[in-house]
Write a protein that binds this ligand. Structure first.
Ligand SMILES: NC(=O)c1ccc[n+]([C@@H]2O[C@H](COP(=O)([O-])OP(=O)(O)OC[C@H]3O[C@@H](n4cnc5c(N)ncnc54)[C@H](OP(=O)(O)O)[C@@H]3O)[C@@H](O)[C@H]2O)c1
Length: 480
């Protein structure tokens, strides 16, 4: 086992056990944790939803979920592991708004240590908090109580502040685990190790050596059946405000004084608060046919693509432009951060073919996960011919070994351990909204782009106006 997890008994209460989130993320993560012996012997999983089900029906439901095709499990579900997981499963049906549900919950909960996981609609949160308090279920009298709450925290800065204030009425900050599952990704966490456990690159990550930074999070698929949710949100709020800003923070933050929650979060926040919103440097797009997707308004102006330029207002990255883009139904499925280095004017081989290509450090979050450095090498043979190549560290050596734990597994384990390093605190979320709110306000009508393209040409013009261009993400490295 990799971690030393305190194997104290506890109850995990999932509000919304039948949610899409529980199906595709939580239940598979819990199965994996069972398989890896990461769950203490005396741990109960109590699922709550409206529909009538017995404990037995819940078990059958979980069995079905684990065998769904779209669930991340590529590996076999072992019946003995499933039976172990089943012993923990309990179900309580009821309306979240109804105090009677909490009365029943009080009788059910035998554990002093509790995690409440909110896998339900944000409109219902306040009923949960009020009723937990009413029945003293939020108190940490003889154990710990922790709350896991999903992004989005609010839909803009005022609503995020209101939700944070509401949370603090019932819980203390050290009980609140705000999830952005990107923070649970090994590929993101490894950025900190790569930067701060090795000292050779860190002196180069600043305005003297870095020409610009690009962050890309593109998908080659559309919104699927999530129209009802997505149409209210759009790409900037769905992935820009949270995942991509966190990626930027990991790649540019200063070294924390120690590897603790307080020190790491402090450095992330410093970056997020230094970001300069540029409402005249943002492009919003929508893929052709989006407004005919199920549960989408036929006149929808929701963005399925955005591209922006920003700067970090600090001395280290003064005048280093940062370009960020994300979208759906684009040419490629890829998430990465690229630091494009400056070319020295006196580079020896600059007059050769490819001789003026920059070195690029790529943190590839997915797919072909890795950290790679694009360099120029000598093509073997007589004379000097240059060839761009990748020096690479790759993650998935064998896709059938579960070498990279799922982010939900990581974050559940961290919550059990009481480690908030890879969760957002209130200030962090608010700094993210403070950056994106001025951009959302200028959205207007998005530009329609072709399915399978790289997005609207206006996004190309945004970066080309500075004499740069979007990088074509390479699939040449870390191939399985
Ligand atoms: N889905 C994702 O991929 C995803 C990703 C990131 C974050 N999130 C966040 O995760 C949360 C859940 O989203 P989701 O899309 O997974 O939700 P969902 O599929 O619509 O599920 C909602 C859940 O809440 C339960 N529920 C609804 N109203 C209730 C009530 N009045 N009383 C008791 N239970 C009630 C439902 O139970 P019944 O089945 O009995 O109605 C169901 O289990 C949201 O905060 C969302 O923003 C979701």
């Amino acid at each position: 086992m990799i971690y030393s997890i305190p194997m104290e008994s506890f109850a995990l209460v999932i509000f919304g056990i039948t949610s899409n989130l529980a199906q595709i993320k939580l239940i598979p993560a819990l199965y994996d944790m069972e398989e890896k012996n990461l769950l203490p012997a005396d741990m109960t999983i109590l699922g709550i939803a409206r529909r009538e089900m017995s404990d037995q029906t819940l078990k059958e439901y979980v069995h079905k979920v684990l065998h769904l095709e779209n669930v991340h499990h590529q590996h076999e579900i072992k019946e003995d592991i499933f039976s172990k997981l089943c012993k923990r499963l309990k179900y309580l049906s009821g309306e979240i708004q109804d105090p009677a549900l909490y009365k029943k919950l009080q009788n059910y909960l035998k554990h002093d240590n509790r995690i409440y996981y909110l896998a339900t609609y944000p409109d219902l949160y306040h009923y949960i908090f009020e009723n937990l308090q009413k029945y003293k279920l939020n108190l940490q009298n003889s154990g710990w109580v922790r709350l896991m709450i999903e992004k989005p925290i609010g839909s803009d800065l005022p609503s995020a502040k209101a939700l944070n204030q509401l949370l603090l009425k019932y819980f203390t900050e050290d009980q609140i685990y705000r999830l952005d599952h990107y923070l649970g990704k090994e590929t993101l966490q490894n950025i900190l190790t790569f930067r701060f456990a090795n000292d050779i690159f860190e002196p180069l990550v600043n305005k003297d050596f870095v020409d610009h930074i690009q962050i890309t999070a593109t998908e080659d698929f559309g919104i699927g059946r999530r129209g009802g949710y997505y149409d209210q949100v759009g790409s900037l709020k769905d992935v820009g405000q949270n995942h991509q800003l966190q990626m930027l923070a990991f790649a540019t933050m200063d070294a924390p004084s120690r590897f603790t929650n307080e020190a790491v979060t402090k450095e992330r926040i410093k970056i997020l608060k230094s970001l300069v919103p540029m409402p005249n440097k943002v492009v919003f797009g929508q893929y052709e046919g989006y407004n005919k997707e199920p549960n989408v308004d036929s006149n929808s102006t929701t963005d399925t693509y955005y591209a922006l330029k920003t700067f970090i207002k600090n001395d280290r990255f003064k005048d280093v432009p940062i370009y960020i883009r994300a979208g759906k139904k684009l040419k490629q499925y890829v998430t990465e951060i690229s630091l494009v280095f400056k070319n020295p004017v006196n580079r020896l081989f600059k007059n050769l073919k490819s001789g003026d290509e920059p070195n690029i450090l790529v943190y590839r979050i997915q797919p072909n996960e890795g950290v790679v450095l694009k360099i120029l090498t000598k093509l073997p043979g007589h004379g000097v011919k240059l060839q761009p190549e990748y020096m690479q560290y790759c993650y998935r050596i064998d896709p059938h070994t579960h070498f990279v734990p799922d982010p939900y597994e990581r974050l559940l384990v961290d919550t059990i351990r009481g480690d908030q390093t890879f969760f957002n605190d209130a200030q962090e979320v608010e700094a993210q909204w403070a950056f994106t709110d001025p951009l959302s306000k200028v959205r207007g009508k998005p530009i329609i782009y072709k399915v399978g393209s790289w997005g609207p040409k206006e996004a190309d013009q945004l970066i080309e106006a500075d004499g740069r261009k979007w990088l074509e993400p390479s699939m040449e490295f870390c191939r399985i």
